[in-house]
Write a protein that binds this ligand. Structure first.
Ligand code: KIV
Length: 264
């Protein structure tokens, strides 16, 4: 990692060098600090905040105020990582002005270095890029369209692949600096990645993308029912339950607090 904030140029250069990298979601200060110090170059404050932290059924209820609150916390914990703030549902779909204003808030008021938005919002991507707000695009399974898609389903199978590829090419032309490819056949993930100059970040899009992203709660084993595309590298749900059970047992037995944890 460079000894400064990771920039859009670093990510582009890494694509040229065929260097693979990761993005992880983060929603709070300590997690951002741990991931930053572990060398994760890009932290996404995704609207997955809704399901993973706020207990909503899906991403749709997440508000701008909630996003701002969590992007601020993550920005405070990130020393070198690029912080990407997700534009939540209906913060940019109604008009370009809405999108510009809300993207500006994520950067100006919360300290994001870039914003992410879903779907083929070509005019908005163009406008934000002109203003100097880097845009991470997102195609394939776009959770803000969950009802329109009829559920969280794999996208771009069969004939639908061409449409996703075209969307990706148009978003790159509009000025996106990178692109999330979510839940699509591995062949399509590789084809899009090979067709674009900008880096692609896959989640359930196979191993042929330039980078990979996971939701931190899935990676750490906090999510109760993780999706097929996620891999748990730890069992924090079990670890937390074990620690709490041990604390309860100590208190009930009168062994905590002991002398080491008491003031004379
Ligand atoms: O909101 C989010 O966390 C995302 C990632 C899963 C890419 O969009």
């Amino acid at each position: 990692m460079p000894d400064r904030t990771v920039s859009i140029h670093d990510l582009k250069a890494w694509k040229g060098e065929q260097r693979r990298w990761v993005m992880l979601t983060a929603y709070d200060f300590p997690t951002a600090q741990i991931l930053d110090r572990a060398g994760v170059p890009v932290l996404l404050v995704g609207d997955s905040l809704g399901r993973n932290v706020l207990g909503y059924d899906n991403e749709l209820p997440v508000t701008m105020e909630e996003m701002l609150h969590h992007v601020r916390a993550v920005a405070r914990g990130a020393e070198h990582a690029m912080v990407v703030g997700d534009l939540p549902f209906m913060s940019y779909q109604a008009s370009i002005d809405d999108g510009v204003r809300n993207a500006g808030r994520l950067v100006k008021e919360a300290g994001a270095h870039a914003v992410k938005l879903e779907g083929a919002q070509l005019d908005l991507v163009h406008r934000l890029s002109d203003i100097g707000i880097p845009v991470m695009a997102h195609v394939g399974l776009t959770p803000q369209a969950v009802h329109g898609l009829g559920g969280y389903r794999v996208q771009g199978r069969g004939e639908a692949a061409q449409k996703v590829l075209e969307q990706a090419v148009q978003l790159e032309k509009a000025g996106a600096f990178s692109m999330v490819l979510e839940a699509m056949p591995a062949e399509l993930g590789a084809e899009i990645s090979g067709s674009l100059q900008i880096p692609t970040i896959g989640i359930g899009a196979g191993s042929g993308t330039d980078a990979q992203v996971l939701v931190i709660n899935d990676l750490l084993g906090i999510t109760e029912q993780p999706p097929k595309l996620a891999k748990a590298y730890a069992d924090l749900r079990g670890t937390i339950a074990g620690a709490v059970t041990a604390f309860v047992a100590d208190v009930e037995a009168g062994t905590f607090p002991d002398e080491d944890h008491s003031y004379a």
